[in-house]
Design a protein around this ligand. Structure first.
Ligand code: CO
Length: 493
C-alpha cells in the first residue's frame, strides 16, 4: 500500500501561470546553435560527465502556415554535453526528406498525423496518405548509434557529436523500408535471457481491424537477439509499453478508429481516433522468451495511457505496472488552435498502480498521486525491477489540470514527496535521472530538466540534486528558447 497524499494542502483558485506565458514556449526555434554555456547560476557537478540528448518539435509553422498540432512539428535534437564542470549546447534539425523538401518549398507539403493539412483544401488533401517521417519524439544512443525516433516510421541516424543527419537507419537490416520503430524503447539493464547483459526492447504497431505488435530485442552492439510478431483483436493506439525480465506489457486503451475523414482529407489520422469512455482497457502481457507462447490478458479501468513509469514482478505471481492515466482522451478538434487549450476543460494525467495476479487473472488498481503529472523517469538500473523513487514533470498545484511547471520526486516506499517548481513563469517537461557514477543509493544522482523561462523567453537547463530538491545545484541559461519537447536520453558520450 502506498500512502496517498491529502488534498487539503496547496489549494488555490488562482492560476499558477499566465496562459500567454505558456503559449510563448510554442514559438518556433528555426536557428541552430553551437556554443559553450557561460551564463550559469550555481555550479555544474564535476562528476556529471556525458551528454543529455533531447528531441521535440522545433518548428510550429512552415512558410507562415501554422502546424495544426505540436506532435506534427519537425524534430529538433538538442545536445547538452557536460565535461569537467562545463557544458556545451548544440541543436540541429533532423534532415528528414520532408523537412528538406518543405524548407526548400517554403510551405507545408505533407499531411500530419495530428491534423496539419497541406494548403489547397479538400482536393489537395484527399487520398494523400503519405505522411512525413518527422523524427521528433525521442533520441536514443544504442549500438554506437544516435537515433532520432518517431513511432510511425524508421529511425534517423545522427552523428552523436555534430548532430548531423546521416539518413534513415534500418538497424543493419532488422527493419525494412516502411517499417515502424516505436519511440519508447526500454533498456533491460541485465537481461536474464542474455546472460545478464543489457538489452534494448522495442516494438512497432501495425494497426487495423486487428493490430499486429512486433517485438524487437537488440544486444548492446545493435545485433538482433529476438524478433516476434503477435496479433491482437481490434484497433490499437499504443505509444509506450513496459517490460519486466519475463514480459512485455501493453495497455490497449478503448479507442475506435474511423478512417474516412482522414481518407477524404477532412482530418488528420490522429483526429480520427476516438476514446470509448466506459470501456475497459485490455492489458496484454507477451512473454519475452520466444519459447513461451502463453500470452496473458487482463481487463482494467485505466482510462487512456500515453506513458508508463515502470513495471516489476513480485512474489512469483504478481506483476505491478505504474502508469499515468487520463480519465478520457479528448478528441483533436480540427478547428481549434492547440495554443488556446483551456487546461481546466481537460482531465489531468494521474499516477496509478495496477497489480495483476498472474495465477488468478485478476487485477487491482489504486491511484498513487492526484497531482497532474506526465513524463515519468526512474533510475535506469531499476527498469523492469522493483524501485522506490520516481521523478515526474508536475503541475504546480496539487489539484486540477495545468501545464507542467515543476518536477515531483515520489518515494513510493515512504510516501514522501518533494517538488521543485519553476512557477509562475517557468514551464517544464520530462525530467531525466542521471545516476551518480559512484552512487550506491537509488536516488544518488541528478535530475536534469529543461525549463522554458517566459520572463526571458529562453530555456534553462536545471540540475537538481535528486536527494535534495530545495534549490537547484545549477541553472544553466541558454541564449534562446527550446520549444516544449518530448523525450530524451542521457548517454556517456
Ligand atoms: Co512518449
Amino acid at each position: 500500500m502506498i500512502p496517498t497524499q491529502s488534498l487539503e494542502t496547496s489549494q488555490s483558485s488562482v492560476l499558477s501561470y499566465d496562459p500567454k506565458d505558456w503559449q510563448q514556449g510554442y514559438r518556433s526555434q528555426p536557428n541552430e546553435y553551437d556554443y559553450w554555456i557561460e551564463d550559469i547560476d550555481g555550479e555544474i557537478p564535476m562528476a556529471l560527465e556525458g551528454t543529455l540528448f533531447k528531441n521535440g518539435p522545433g518548428l510550429l509553422e512552415i512558410g507562415g502556415q501554422p502546424i495544426h498540432h505540436p506532435f506534427d512539428g519537425d524534430g529538433m535534437v538538442s545536445a547538452i554535453q557536460f565535461t569537467q564542470g562545463r557544458a556545451h549546447y548544440r541543436n540541429r534539425y533532423v534532415r528528414t526528406q520532408g523537412y528538406l523538401a518543405e524548407q526548400q518549398a517554403g510551405k507545408i507539403l505533407h499531411r500530419g498525423v495530428f491534423g496539419t493539412q497541406k494548403p489547397g483544401g479538400l482536393l489537395a488533401n484527399m487520398f494523400d496518405l503519405k505522411l512525413k517521417n518527422i523524427a521528433n519524439t525521442q533520441v536514443i544512443y544504442w549500438g554506437g548509434k544516435l537515433l532520432a525516433l518517431w513511432e510511425a516510421a524508421e529511425p534517423h541516424r545522427l552523428d552523436p557529436v555534430t548532430l548531423e543527419t546521416m539518413g534513415i537507419d534500418y538497424l543493419e537490416g532488422i527493419l525494412q523500408p516502411g517499417d515502424a520503430f516505436a519511440a519508447h524503447p526500454r533498456i533491460d539493464p541485465a537481461s536474464a535471457l542474455d546472460g545478464g547483459q543489457p538489452c534494448l526492447v522495442n516494438f512497432s504497431i501495425k494497426p487495423g481491424l486487428s493490430t499486429t505488435i512486433n517485438l524487437y530485442e537488440l544486444a548492446t552492439d545493435g545485433r538482433l537477439l529476438r524478433k516476434r510478431a503477435y496479433t491482437v483483436p481490434g484497433f490499437a493506439f499504443i505509444h509506450d509499453f513496459v517490460i519486466t525480465p519475463r514480459y512485455c506489457i501493453f495497455f490497449q486503451n478503448p479507442v475506435s478508429y474511423n478512417p474516412f475523414p482522414f481518407l477524404l482529407g477532412w482530418a488528420g489520422a490522429g483526429e480520427c481516433v476516438q476514446f470509448q469512455s466506459g470501456q475497459p482497457t485490455q492489458v496484454i502481457m507477451i512473454p519475452r522468451d520466444p519459447q513461451d507462447k502463453a500470452i496473458k490478458t487482463f481487463e482494467v479501468e485505466a482510462g487512456f495511457v500515453f506513458h508508463h513509469a515502470n513495471a516489476f514482478e513480485q512474489q512469483e505471481d504478481e506483476l505491478i505496472v505504474d502508469s499515468i492515466c487520463y480519465k478520457t482522451l479528448p478528441g483533436v478538434d480540427p478547428q481549434a488552435d492547440f495554443r488556446d487549450t483551456n487546461f481546466a476543460d481537460l482531465d489531468p494525467g494521474q499516477l496509478w498502480r495496477f497489480t495483476f495476479n498472474l495465477e488468478t487473472g485478476t487485477a487491482q488498481s489504486q491511484q498513487i498521486e492526484p497531482r497532474c503529472l506526465e513524463f515519468p523517469a526512474i533510475h535506469p538500473a531499476h527498469m523492469g525491477r522493483s524501485y522506490r523513487y520516481l521523478y515526474l514533470g508536475a503541475a504546480h498545484d496539487l489539484q486540477g489540470n495545468a501545464p507542467l511547471q515543476g518536477v515531483l520526486k515520489l518515494d513510493l516506499e515512504a510516501g514522501d514527496r518533494q517538488i521543485w517548481s519553476a512557477a509562475p513563469r517557468g514551464f517544464t517537461g520530462e525530467p531525466i535521472f542521471v545516476p551518480h557514477p559512484q552512487g550506491t543509493q537509488e536516488d544518488q544522482g541528478w535530475v536534469l530538466i529543461l525549463v522554458y523561462d517566459a520572463s526571458h523567453h529562453r530555456s534553462d537547463l536545471v540540475i537538481l540534486d535528486a536527494q535534495n530538491f530545495t534549490a537547484p545545484m545549477a541553472r544553466l541559461h541558454l541564449k534562446h528558447h527550446i520549444p516544449y519537447g518530448l523525450h530524451g536520453t542521457f548517454a556517456a558520450v
